[in-house]
Every structure is written in structure tokens, then in C-alpha cells.
Design a protein around this ligand. Structure first.
Ligand code: NAD
Length: 469
């Protein structure tokens, strides 16, 4: 056990990071509190001046080198994710590979997206003017991240912010801050001046102090809807980027390959024990293939091995805590009490909650309308695609949706009708490539991540105009 000392912590408080699988102590980190905010901001302001002055080739070289270093330590990063967040080792390795890609994409962005020529002569009377706009840093950006992808979601904030010449005050989830600390150490080892990223670990009170500080020019937040609203209330005049929750639907048409659809939905529903903002929550199945799909999906779900996430053969690891698993268990019990039928799962052992499938869940219920963020899936029958699109759109939250069909017209109708930031055809909702614009419709988010889009959000245009007349 080593105490991590990278962050400023004048209050000398400590946070114990626990392994979600067995509750064992993984590491103790020193925590920051609201009283530390002045020191944190002073350090981050210093970092902002250094970052702005770094030429683009240096920003790119640091990000490229950091990507190489993460690659060299891929297994150690993956093991850290397993021990603090409970993802299976197979899933944690994939998250690490995605983080490497996010850093590489950020390095490319630093070199290519510097601004544009402005066509002043397109407006009569401006013919004598020439000029351009550059992409300038915002200054200090606060990055606040959740526990469920503790490495790659942090990379999605640090990479574009560094590429854009900003400094960052990073508050990772206090439940899983170790991957973030390791990533920041790697960036420093790759040549990043230390004050460009400041890590502060703590809970909501620290988050509130950071968000409401005047020096922060932008808050880039990933987390739950309720927290997002609290941040919006306390932020004041600053830019907000909000990546919030989902409640993803997948539409299964009778004309699709049922085996492929079931396999895709199983992976998408139980990845990270369902603690996944684009995880499959509601599967809408056309009546003609409902029985066949249900049988294949439930049989495949029942075969999944839930248990120790550090073992190669484990399919589903624990949830982040016994409390989170208990919350899921209670929600399912309430749904069953209200008439839903349990098709498999619903067994809890501490933080382990077995993959659970329900049907007949009321469409006015919380389970149908809100994010469950657990390995719980609902099946619902539909007759026409129009009905399915209507049901898909019922919740107020919407990030991604999926659809399985072999009919192009169906695919295009769903793509047009579903209100979501991404519609994945012949994939579950759980597909994401780190370069694409990522975010939601309705209350699912505000702004887009995906390296280019976050970089553009984290920079501001400055116009230079020369009048030669
Ligand atoms: P959370 O909202 O509880 O916490 C997220 C972060 O916000 C943590 O670092 C937490 O300490 C901090 N925080 C809490 N209260 C705060 C406050 N008042 N001011 C400032 N910061 C505060 O979320 P979680 O439980 O860690 O993560 C799960 C949620 O994240 C789910 O809703 C999930 O859908 C969402 N999520 C979204 C995306 C996306 O890209 N859209 C990705 C992953 C997770």
C-alpha cells in the first residue's frame, strides 16, 4: 500500500480506495477539500501560462509519448482499473487500448486543428481585408469524471484540453481515482510540465468549490443527471460540457439475424456490470420474433459467469459497491411487485448482482423511464416500427440507441426517428469510437465529446483581420 501524494491536500484528509469485488483496501490517497481551492487554483493558473506557451509540436509529442508509455504499461493500467472499478480484466484491457487511441487522436488534433482562413471578401465592402481565426486556449478547465471508465473518460478530457493549450484541474471520482493519477504521472513522465494538470481528489463539496470558482473558464463534466444539474446551478458564467446518463433502447426487427442480435445485446447490456452510460437497458422486440429472441437472449444471459473480475474467464464483475447493487436489487423487486416478470438473474452477493432480465415492466415505471446503471435489462414486444420508435423515445434521457435489421428502409426510418446522439445499426447501443462526436439528445448531455469535438469546445476562436486598403 502506498500513499499517493501528487495532489495538494492541506487538510491532510485521506480517502481509502476499496476493491469493489472483495472490499479490500487498494490504496489510500490524500484528499483535498473546499479549503484547498485557492492553492489548487494558484497551481492551475501557473499551469495555464505554461500550457499556452507550449508550441503545438511539443503538445503533440507529449501526448504521443504518453500514448506509448501507456501502451508499454498496458497490463498495469488494466489491473488498476480492475482493482478500483471492478471491471473484468478483459474489459479493462480494452479500456486501456481505447485510452491509448484517445491520446494519439489528441496528439493529431494538436497539430491539425489550428484555425481557418476567414473569407472576408465574401461580403461586399470587405474586399481589402484578409485574415484568419486561430484556436486559442480557454485557460483553466475543470474536469470532473465518474467511476465507471476511470481511465479513458479522464483521457477524453485531458487529451483535448492539453492539445488546446489549457491547464486542467481534474477531480476524478473519489471511488476510483487511481487510474487518473497513473495517467497524469504518465503524462508528466512524457514531458508535460507538472502544473498543467492538477489532481484534486474529494467528493461533492470539493466538486462544488471547483465548479463555482471564478477562475475556471469551463467545466467538463461526465456523470449523473442530478449532479449535472447541481453543477449547472453553481457554475455561474462559464462554459459547461455535460456528458450525462442514458437509458439505451435497442430495436430488434423480425428480419434480423436473431443470434447476432442476442449476442450484441448481451455484450452491450452487461459490459462493466451494466454501469455504462450507453449500456443496453430496454430491448424492443418485434412480436413475430419475440419468443425466439427472448429464449436466445435469456439462455445467453444465464450462461454468463459473474465473479472475480481479475480472472480471465469472468464475464461480469461486481458493481462499484454493495450499496449500488442493493439499489439495483430493490428497483427490480419493486418492478416485480408492480407486475413485471423475472426471466433470469436477480441474485445479489455483496456488490455482485447477477445479470437480470425482466419483461412486462410498466412503461410509466421508473425502471422504464430512468437510467438503472446496473446489469438489468427489460424486454418489450412491439408490432410496428413506428411503435418501437415511439417507445424508444419515451425517456427524457437519450445517448445512444441500437437496432438490428436486414432491411435498409427500416434502418433509415429508425435512424431518422430515434432521438439520440448516436443510432447504431446492427450493433447494440454500446458501440463507440473515440474520434466520433459522442453525446446525447434531450437531457442526455450538453455538447459533444470525441477528441476533435472536445478540442473545439475547449478552445476559443480569435480573429485576426488585416485591412490593406
Ligand atoms: P456522479 O454524478 O455521482 O459523480 C460524477 C463526479 O461528480 C464524481 O467525481 C463526483 O465526485 C462528482 N460530484 C458529485 N457531486 C458533485 C457536485 N455537487 N459538484 C461537482 N462535482 C460533483 O456519477 P457516477 O455515479 O460517478 O457515474 C455514473 C453516472 O455517470 C451515470 O449516470 C452515467 O450514465 C454517467 N456517465 C456518463 C457518460 C457519458 O459520457 N455521457 C460516461 C460515463 C458515465
Amino acid at each position: 500500500m502506498t500513499a499517493v501524494k501528487r495532489q495538494i491536500a492541506s487538510t491532510a484528509a485521506e480517502i481509502a480506495v476499496l476493491n469493489p469485488y472483495d472490499g479490500s483496501l487498494v490504496e489510500i490517497v490524500s484528499a483535498s477539500g473546499p479549503n484547498d481551492i485557492d492553492a489548487l487554483l494558484a497551481r492551475t493558473r501557473h499551469g495555464a501560462a505554461l500550457s499556452r506557451a507550449l508550441p503545438r509540436h511539443r503538445r503533440a509529442a507529449i501526448l504521443e509519448k504518453a500514448a506509448r508509455l501507456v501502451e508499454e504499461q498496458c497490463e498495469a493500467f488494466a489491473r488498476t482499473i480492475v482493482s478500483e472499478a471492478g471491471k473484468t480484466i478483459v474489459q479493462a484491457r480494452k479500456e486501456t487500448l481505447r485510452c491509448i487511441n484517445t491520446l494519439k487522436l489528441s496528439a493529431e488534433e494538436a497539430k491539425r486543428n489550428a484555425g481557418e482562413i476567414v473569407p472576408f471578401d465574401a461580403f461586399a465592402g470587405s474586399e481589402t481585408r484578409q485574415g484568419w481565426f486561430t484556436r486559442e486556449p480557454l485557460g483553466v478547465i475543470a474536469a470532473i469524471t465518474p467511476y465507471n471508465d476511470p481511465l479513458n473518460l479522464v483521457a477524453h478530457k485531458l487529451g483535448p484540453a492539453i492539445a488546446g493549450g489549457n491547464s486542467i484541474l481534474l477531480k476524478p471520482s473519489e471511488l476510483a481515482p487511481l487510474s487518473a493519477l497513473k495517467l497524469v504521472e504518465t503524462l508528466v513522465a512524457a514531458g508535460l510540465p507538472e502544473t498543467i494538470v492538477t489532481v484534486a481528489i474529494g467528493g461533492a463539496d470539493l466538486g462544488h468549490a471547483i465548479v463555482s470558482a471564478r477562475d475556471i473558464r469551463m467545466v467538463s463534466f461526465t456523470g449523473g443527471f442530478v449532479t449535472g444539474e447541481a453543477i449547472a446551478r453553481s457554475a455561474g458564467l462559464k462554459k459547461l460540457a455535460m456528458d450525462l446518463g442514458g437509458n439505451a433502447p435497442v430495436i430488434v426487427m423480425a428480419d434480423c439475424d436473431i443470434a447476432k442480435a442476442a449476442t450484441g445485446c448481451i455484450s452491450g447490456a452487461y459490459w462493466a456490470a451494466g454501469q455504462n452510460c450507453i449500456g443496453v437497458q430496454r430491448i424492443l422486440v418485434q412480436a413475430d420474433c419475440y419468443e425466439r429472441f427472448r429464449q436466445t437472449f435469456v439462455a445467453g444471459t444465464a450462461k454468463l459467469l459473474a465473479g472475480d473480475p481479475s480472472r480471465e474467464e469472468t464475464d461480469v464483475g461486481p458493481m462499484i459497491s454493495p450499496t449500488a447493487a442493493e439499489r439495483a436489487e430493490t428497483a427490480v423487486e419493486q418492478a416485480i411487485g408492480a407486475g413485471a416478470r423475472l426471466l433470469c438473474g436477480h441474485q445479489r452477493d455483496g456488490a455482485l448482482y447477477s445479470p437480470t432480465v425482466l419483461e412486462g415492466v410498466g412503461r410509466q415505471s421508473r425502471l422504464w423511464r430512468e437510467e438503472i446503471f446496473a446489469p438489468v435489462v427489460m424486454l418489450e414486444r412491439f408490432e410496428t416500427l413506428a411503435d418501437a420508435i415511439f417507445m424508444a423515445n419515451e425517456p427524457d434521457y437519450s445517448l445512444h440507441a441500437g437496432m438490428f435489421t436486414s432491411n435498409l428502409a427500416n434502418a433509415l426510418e429508425a435512424a431518422a426517428g430515434i432521438e439520440a446522439g448516436g443510432v447504431m445499426i446492427n450493433d447494440s447501443s454500446d458501440y463507440r469510437f473515440d474520434a466520433m462526436p459522442f453525446g446525447g439528445f434531450k437531457h442526455g448531455s450538453m455538447g459533444r465529446e470525441g477528441v476533435r469535438f472536445a478540442y473545439e469546445d475547449m478552445t476559443q476562436p480569435k480573429v485576426v483581420c488585416i485591412n490593406r486598403a
